[in-house]
Design a protein. Sequence first.
Length: 147
Amino acid sequence: MGILSNIFGKIFPSSHAANAQGQQTSGQAATQAAPQAAPQAAPAAVPGQQGQASQAAPAAMEQVDVEQVLNDMAQKNSQKLNWRTSIVDLLKLLDLDSSLAARKELAQELQYSGDMNDSAAMNIWLHKQVMNKLAANGGKVPADLKD
């Protein structure tokens, strides 16, 4: 997924599976690689020693505080961007194309089934989906930003 993998690449550190794969292969492979990283990390922690192994799993996954990363970026940005509710502002903050064409492409990547001519509804849906994808791929995302 091109645009989604670009979003991952801007938020996650290079050691994160989604970003590392996104830099080496196509965007679609990056998205496929990231979800596999979480299930593999969690079962490895369960059979091990009870206290230490279960605490080691989060370190191996390197969960990223998405809110903190984006807030830090927003503080350094000269524009006042409302990334918490606006997909356009989120894309601008990440220095990615926020045009309607780019958002329609992102909607296709995320399999949006609504009317792409209703950009307001599509934008709201996109923002939630991006936050959900970030959370599903190792990002710590506040509950109010997800579905």
